[in-house]
Write a protein that binds this ligand. Structure first.
Ligand code: KG4
Ligand code: ZN
Length: 364
């Protein structure tokens, strides 16, 4: 089985070709990610219209090069997978229409994929010894999403905790901006934090006592107030690094608290949802401290720790290809059937699309 995947939900234009046989398992033959960071840097964040226009320019090259590197042509493919949501509507439309065009021209079946499902399956791209085992508890932390999801098999995604306001990555980015760090803020903030004292400022964890919710919006305000107070007290050359370290600590502590709470509840009351593996995935899962802390947490609960490989934490198309493969294998190829494929030309993008409904298809 050979799958081409296309991803354009935010500011990365990405393509990947995956080959699968029973003997080899899933192998990524080629992949490329074209980042638009430089285009958006002057604006301090992603500008949706600009991002969509960039995808129009970049996608044909990215897809063409990836196919060429894989040694395949479109007609060799068994499936074209494309991110149809959630994400920026204009960006999603470029990717979906491009994929529809390829599929129509070549007759290769099309599968719309939920971007969050891609993130949840990124850990399965790791070498076998590091891959998650089902059931998996995944912490999905990115620029747009923060959720803890329990999954007993591909297609079963049960959110057990999700953010009520900002995503963890958004908190990293906004606090980095407050501290005057360059865009994109997450990696910059964690770099600054490495030199700082994370115990200098104590920030309150949002919705501390609510088991099924994260909240990060209050943290920005607390950081702003603490900065103002420290600045009133005079020059302070350690302020930025200490604030970065303390804010990073606060975000990670909140993620740890809710994850540990879920695991404890399973141990004490409902062992049927005790996971075999703990996965962290999404852009924020590239954070070094988060990886260390979750590795320790997994050890404490004797569950396998399976972080998504670093290069597949941030947006990419390999995870979309894998999500398509997992669905084909789990459903005995149902998505390749004529009945299913009759509907795919009418698929629309979904800027909001909850992961528990990842296998639902909305047509127009
Ligand atoms: O998954 P992703 O590439 O895009 C979305 O689907 O949102 O995640 C991007 C997010 C950004 O908020 C970025 O600041 C954050 O991931 N991020 C990090 C790190 N690397 C990326 N946050 C904290 N520490 C990092 N090392
Ligand atoms: Zn993402």
């Amino acid at each position: 089985m050979k799958i081409l995947a296309i991803e354009s939900s935010c500011d990365e234009s990405a393509a990947a070709v995956l080959a699968y046989t029973e003997d080899t398992g899933a192998v990524i033959l080629a992949e490329n990610v074209s980042s638009q960071i430089e285009k958006h840097r002057p604006f301090g964040g992603v500008v949706p219209e600009l991002a969509a226009r960039e995808h129009i320019t970049n996608l044909p090259h990215v897809v063409g090069e990836t196919l060429q590197q894989s040694g395949l042509v479109v007609e060799d493919l068994d499936l074209i997978a494309v991110t149809a949501g959630p994400g920026l509507k204009g960006c999603l439309l470029v990717g979906l229409n491009f994929a529809k065009g390829l599929s129509f021209r070549s007759g290769v079946p099309l599968l719309p994929v939920n971007h969050l499902e891609g993130h949840l399956l990124a850990g399965f791209l790791a070498p076998e010894a590091e891959r998650p085992h089902y059931p998996v508890l995944s912490l999905l932390v990115s620029g747009g999403h923060s959720e803890l999801v329990y999954s007993s098999r591909p297609g079963d995604y049960q959110p057990v905790c999700r953010t009520r306001d900002d995503a963890a990555g958004e908190a990293f980015d906004k606090i980095a901006t407050l501290l005057g760090l360059p865009y994109p803020g997450g990696p910059e903030l964690s770099r600054a934090a490495a030199d700082g004292d994370g115990s200098r400022f104590h920030f309150v964890i949002g919705m501390k006592d609510v088991a099924d919710a994260f909240s990060f919006s209050g943290l920005k305000t607390s950081v702003m107030q603490a900065c103002a107070t420290a600045q009133r007290q005079g020059d302070d050359e350690r302020l930025v690094v200490d604030m970065a370290a303390s804010a990073e600590r606060a975000i990670i502590d909140a993620l740890l608290l809710k994850t540990e709470g879920f695991l404890l509840r399973q141990l004490e009351t409902n062992t049927s949802m005790m996971p075999a593996s703990l996965q962290i995935t999404g852009g924020v899962a590239a954070n070094r401290l988060l990886r260390e802390e979750f590795s320790t947490l997994a050890r404490e609960f004797s569950v396998r720790f399976s972080p998504a490989p670093l290069k597949w934490c941030t947006d990419n198309a390999a995870m979309i290809a894998y999500a398509a493969l997992a669905r084909v294998l789990e459903t005995g190829g149902e998505v390749l059937s004529e009945k299913f494929q009759e509907l795919t030309p009418r698929v629309d993008v979904r800027s909001r699309w909850r992961v528990e409904n990842a296998w639902e298809m909305e047509v127009i």
